[in-house]
Design a binder for this molecule. Structure first.
Ligand SMILES: *Cc1c(COP(=O)(O)O)cnc(C)c1O
Length: 388
């Protein structure tokens, strides 16, 4: 692995982690499709459930190692672990650092599987105590601290509301009560938010989104100190599974090469689209961290290096008009997920049970919009014709 830490982010995304040791001199690291590796004749020194040598692909595989090294360089972390999905990365954090009787504080605006894990499954099955709070208010996080608080998990920007939580302030709360802080900043990508530099212990992403960026592979990652990441590998990865396939690790490594270029275009497009929507008379509200009107715009400006490609908005009018608008879109696809090359939009109705956790303005219904890499004018033209 080359020493690239002092180089710029474009160079790091391209060169970090590369092995460059292919026997044929291939410019790019091959895809190692193997579930197991040759062992030495004398097996006695082999650590059969270890994570540092090539034994079996669930203990680690070469394409996973390459991707982990690249991510650690991008995150400025000692170490990273990549797993089969964002949710497997989240489950790995919870299963490694929480035990029966422990308490976790989590953002009430969070990815749906996190909501189900923390509101239902972990309390129900393992008697883990959970407080779901508005983490955009650091005082609410402080007020939720208990004697047995072991983990604080926040999502910033929150999915879907784009609410911004103050990582440095919450990191201090975590340090003072002896808990770990993990941050899901999937919406920002590791380019625009560096939770570890702000005092978080773990930085987590769904790689399915911006890190891969091409909408064709699932993955999740966690970065932090070698000690914490090794614990996640030794406990959750090896024993609960959730390992990434070599093929997905290879695809995501390829996606990462262009992350800085993609994020720049996502952000430029999103800023232009947010401003266009905010000025449109048919639009009820727009939530985008890059708008002055966003409640945490100032914090986003200081905490993030860019505002990213995700926004929410809603239209005035009834349910039929909302469906009509979706039907009239030609370029923008009605689909879940985000961070893709394509622009994707999904509508959530006021009847959704998640609404209770979101700010008032969202509760009449909203569109979550992942602004893609198409020409800015083409995205706006599609919105214009659908709104007319
Ligand atoms: C998509 C997403 C996840 C889950 O990731 P998967 O790769 O779908 O398992 C977690 N957090 C956020 C913020 C997400 O957007």
């Amino acid at each position: 692995m080359k020493d690239v830490d002092s180089r710029g982010i474009l160079t790091t995304c391209i060169h970090a982690g590369k092995r460059d040791n292919d026997v044929y001199g291939a410019m790019h690291d091959p895809l190692y499709l193997t579930s197991n590796y040759r062992l030495p004749a004398d097996g006695s020194p082999v650590d059969w459930s270890g994570i540092h040598s090539n034994i079996y692909a669930r203990n680690g595989n070469v394409n996973q190692f390459i991707l982990q090294d690249k991510l650690a360089a991008i995150e400025g972390a000692e170490s990273s672990v990549v797993l089969g999905s964002g949710v497997s990365a989240l489950a790995a954090i919870f299963l490694t650092f929480l035990a029966t009787g422990d308490h976790i504080i989590c953002s009430q605006v969070c990815y749906s599987a996190v909501g189900i894990l923390l509101r239902q499954l972990l309390p129900g099955k393992f008697k883990i105590q959970v407080s779901m709070v508005d983490s955009t208010d650091a005082a609410a996080v402080q007020a939720a601290v208990r004697e047995n608080t072991r983990l604080i998990h926040i999502e910033t920007p929150g999915n879907p509301t784009t609410g911004i939580s103050d990582i440095a302030a919450i990191a201090k709360i975590a340090r003072d009560c002896g808990a770990l802080l993990s941050v899901d900043s999937t919406f920002a990508s590791p380019l625009y938010l560096k939770p570890l530099a702000l005092g978080a212990d773990l930085s987590m992403h769904s790689m399915t989104k911006y890190i891969n960026g091409h909408g064709d592979a699932l993955g999740g990652c966690i970065s932090g100190s070698r000690e914490l990441i090794d614990r996640i590998k030794e406990e959750a990865m090896v024993n609960f599974g959730g390992i990434i396939s070599p093929f997905n690790a290879w695809l995501i490594t390829r996606g990462l090469l262009t992350l800085p270029l993609r994020m720049r275009q996502h952000s430029e497009n999103a800023q232009a689209v947010a401003e266009y929507l905010e000025d449109h008379p048919a639009v009820r509200f727009v939530a985008y961290p890059g708008l002055q009107s966003h409640p945490q715009h100032e914090l986003a400006r200081t905490q993030m290096k860019g505002f990213g490609g995700m926004l929410c908005f809603d239209l005035k009018g009834d349910s039929e008009e909302h469906i009509n608008f979706l039907q009239k879109l030609k370029l923008i696809a009605h689909a879940v997920s985000l961070g893709d090359t394509e622009s994707l939009m999904v509508f959530t109705e006021s009847t959704s049970e998640k609404m209770a956790y979101y700010p008032e303005i969202f509760r009449q219904g909203y569109y979550r919009f992942s602004i893609g890499l198409e020409d800015t004018e083409d995205i706006i033209a599609d919105l214009r014709q659908a709104l007319s």
